[in-house]
Design a protein around this ligand. Sequence first.
Ligand SMILES: [Zn+2]
Length: 130
Amino acid sequence: MARSISYVTGSQLLSLKRRPNIAIIDVRDDERSYDGHIAGSLHYASDTFSEKISNLIQEVKGKDTLVFHCALSQVRGPTCARKIVNYLEEMKEDSGIKNIWVLERGFNGWEASGRPVCSCTDIPCKDESA
Ligand SMILES: [Zn+2]
């Protein structure tokens, strides 16, 4: 089952993110702690991403769409998205994950467009409102 990675814009994501079957995965490293984050996003830092893929698959059980982003979504975001695609292809059982997306322009583009940013320190972020 081949999956390809698609890009999603901030405005598309803003209208889609209320859907319960979508998970946003922030793969920035330390920046998350001082730059804020997209409300409700999960945090899997790129530097330890490979080791935590199986945790991530567990945490997103029931979701069919994963949206990855880093600061600009140029290197870390697409790299981690590619790792997930490879991992899912090797998995024996069906994870139920159908779509792997990367947020265009990353968190910086999201914030620069004035889209809602959460600055809580909860792990995981519990803010579903924005
Ligand atoms: Zn938060």
